[in-house]
Design a protein around this ligand. Structure first.
Ligand code: PGA
Ligand code: ZN
Length: 419
């Protein structure tokens, strides 16, 4: 019996020092579970609405008191005393109560907090690990996801010194999370040394803990990443490969890409991406084009999609309708899964299933605003995500997820997804 006694929320702070929600779910049998909600900065236009107070007198308008109130009042009144047999039953009740297409009445932050807190509470009640609960929901046999780890940031995450947003590293041929982190740590240290020598400055880190030196161009970020891999004693392409989050929607204006002083049309931007993929060991390109530039995505897919992940974040927004469109038009071949883009676990899992049915790869992703909660590691493991994207190996809101993967690696028989 998963009869809910109450749900309640408080405002806590995320890694940017902005409020977010921590939701507590209590069952009638006394089981209690909690979960907190992440928040993006480079958000997609089609994301579910994160409800903020917009009261400039509190947290610069980022307060979450309205969303908190919706959990404590509307949602609690509606679901307390009810018995929900499944996650989908609860999530559908929340979607219906909200009644809007983008969760703008109650707020996706309020709804997701309840959805996640319920998941954690039921896992506790059933005396199973959270990843096992998620594996049950997804029908997958759990696997540890391969980390895709942030090295450099520009764009909205870095301070706009370059147009593109993030360069990540993947260690393709090792078979543990532990060894992955050792290798990445070596490269991170080499990159930090290079950057401090080259720019003669104290290093600044970006929203996801990556390095954000004043690169002269986006291409420079790739060059420096490859040089850092070499400095650390590894062979680029063999030992360590790159992924890039171009986050192109955020420098797309008037149907043109404004990149590091140049103005490119969609074809030229596509060619630029293809050049990066030729010159550097890039296995995945996320949001290479803007989330409204659908036709151009087909061209990008044709140019690089045979041997590169064409990964949709802002393009897809974890939204089943947008994913279906991308499948039908052959515009992408990989899904970035962020549950707060859609607002409930059930809808995120529907997005996941669609992507899998199309033979896509799946990257389970954190947001640039995170908390110390580690449910994302369990989600990525439970749905057998190919990759997990959490940010750098600095900052505890990132490490909470990597460290949880280390616990799972050490305490279970789970193995790492193939790279
Ligand atoms: P966000 O960035 O959380 O700021 O949206 C992450 C990403 O773009 O992948
Ligand atoms: Zn992205």
């Amino acid at each position: 019996m998963t009869k809910i006694k109450s749900v309640s929320a408080i405002e806590i702070l995320d890694s940017r020092g902005r409020p977010t929600l921590l939701v507590t779910c209590r069952l009638v049998d006394g089981t209690v579970g909690r979960a907190s909600v992440p928040s993006g900065a480079s958000t997609g236009g089609a994301e579910a609405l994160e409800l903020r107070d917009n009261d400039p007198a509190r947290y610069g308008g980022y307060g979450c008191l309205k969303a908190m109130g919706h959990v404590n009042n509307d949602i609690n009144v509606h679901i307390a005393g009810s018995n929900f047999e499944t996650q989908a039953d609860l999530d559908h009740a929340l979607i219906e109560l909200d009644g809007t297409p983008n969760k703008s009445r109650l707020g996706a932050n309020a709804i997701l907090g309840v959805s996640l807190a319920f998941a954690r509470t039921v896992a506790i009640q059933q005396n199973i690990e959270l990843y096992q609960y998620f594996a049950g929901l997804s029908g997958q046999s759990a696997t540890l996801p391969r980390p895709m780890i942030n090295l450099f940031s520009g764009g909205i995450h870095g301070g706009q010194q370059t147009a593109i947003q993030d360069i990540q590293l993947v260690v393709p041929n090792v078979d543990t999370v532990q060894r992955t982190l050792e290798v990445i740590s070596d490269v991170y240290r080499a990159a930090a040394k290079r950057a401090s020598e080259r720019y003669d400055m104290r290093l600044l880190t970006a929203d996801e803990g990556g390095l954000a030196p004043p690169f002269q161009s986006s291409t420079d970020m790739f060059v420096e990443a490859v040089a850092s891999i070499e400095d650390a004693g590894y062979t680029p392409d063999e030992d360590v490969v790159l992924t890039v989050d171009v986050a192109a929607s955020h420098f797309y204006e008037g149907s043109k890409y404004h990149i590091d002083g140049e103005i490119l049309d969609s074809d030229a931007m596509t060619d630029r991406i293809a050049e990066w993929c030729e010159q550097f060991p890039v296995i995945s390109v996320e949001d290479g084009l803007a989330d409204t530039d659908w036709d151009a995505w087909q061209g990008l897919y044709k140019q690089i999609g045979d041997d590169t992940m064409v990964l949709g974040d802002d393009l897809l927004c974890t939204n089943p309708e947008r994913i279906q469109r991308a499948i039908d038009t052959r515009s992408a071949n990989s899904l970035l899964l962020k549950v707060n883009q859609i607002g409930t676990l059930t809808e995120a899992l529907r997005a996941y299933q669609l992507a899998r049915e199309a033979g896509w790869q799946v990257v389970v992703s954190a947001r640039s605003g995170e908390t110390e909660d580690d449910w994302l590691a369990d989600l990525a493991t439970g749905v057998a995500g190919d990759y997990i994207k959490v940010g750098s190996i600095t900052q505890s809101e990132r490490l909470a997820k990597y460290n949880r993967l280390l616990v799972l690696e050490n305490e279970t028989d789970l193995t790492l997804a193939s790279g």
